[in-house]
Design a protein around this ligand. Structure first.
Ligand code: C5P
Length: 223
């Protein structure tokens, strides 16, 4: 393990999308690449943290030197997170599917020759960030969520922080005009009990390093 302000601290990071099965060969997914979560895990590890990286099927490979737990669904991600606790801090960068298919089919759903179309019914997935934020016992000292918004970023992210019960929300504007989604740069606002702090636009790796440094200020050393 690396030396640094987070030496000996266990930090959990979720990342990537989740895949929610429809039948054995089909699933519902989202466009998360896992880039920001991976950069964060790498930055935390570089500060000496003992990182558990719970990841859905991402486009980018996980960083070296972290404990990788690969999952597919939101349900599996919640189980993996609970199994990985306790941790000093938990950062939820995954793009977790809000819904799963209520009744998955054991067999591939066949095209109906008469032309009738399948109808999917959804069930709500567990909110992993809210579940961990609201733990009565064994809650990490610092719980950080993300919020991708397209409008009224600060108002929406502040409300999200309250609703979920996390300590910080890292909010960003993903409106198409910003070029942030799928791009290499990010412009985030850190929402805490101190209010909203707008960071200048910078590379996603730099956002990760700055955020890791801020996490170290809270849970690092003997804190
Ligand atoms: O509500 P929304 O999905 O915008 O919240 C985003 C934040 O909540 C992210 O930190 C994400 O990782 C987390 N989240 C979660 N479990 C869910 C939905 C979102 O952990 N089911």
């Amino acid at each position: 393990l690396m030396d640094g302000p987070l030496k000996g601290k266990h930090v959990l990071v979720t990342s990537g999308p989740t895949h929610e099965p429809i039948d054995p060969v089909r699933y519902i997914a989202n466009r998360s690449s896992g880039a920001q979560g991976t950069a964060l895990a790498r930055a935390l590890s570089a500060l000496g943290a003992d990182v558990t990286f719970v990841t859905g099927p991402a486009d980018v490979p996980p960083p070296d030197g972290v404990k990788v737990v690969q999952v597919q669904t939101a349900g599996q991600m919640l189980e993996a997170v609970q199994a990985a606790l306790p941790a000093s801090a938990a950062v939820f960068a995954a793009a977790v599917a809000d819904w799963r298919v209520a009744r998955t089919s054991d067999q591939k759903i066949k095209k109906d020759q008469a032309g009738s179309l399948p109808v999917l019914e959804f069930a709500e997935n567990p909110d992993i960030l809210a579940t961990v934020s609201q733990m009565k016992q064994g809650r990490p000292a610092l719980v950080v969520g993300f919020a991708a918004e397209t409008n009224d970023v600060i108002a929406h992210a502040t409300a999200k922080r309250e609703r979920k019960g996390c300590d910080w929300i890292v909010a960003n504007d993903v409106s198409p005009a910003t070029g942030i989604m799928g791009g290499s740069e990010n412009a985030v606002t850190l929402i805490s009990d101190q209010g909203a702090e707008a960071w200048p636009r910078m590379g996603k790796d730099d956002v990760a390093r700055q955020l890791a440094a801020r996490i170290a200020e809270v849970i690092g050393g003997d804190a």
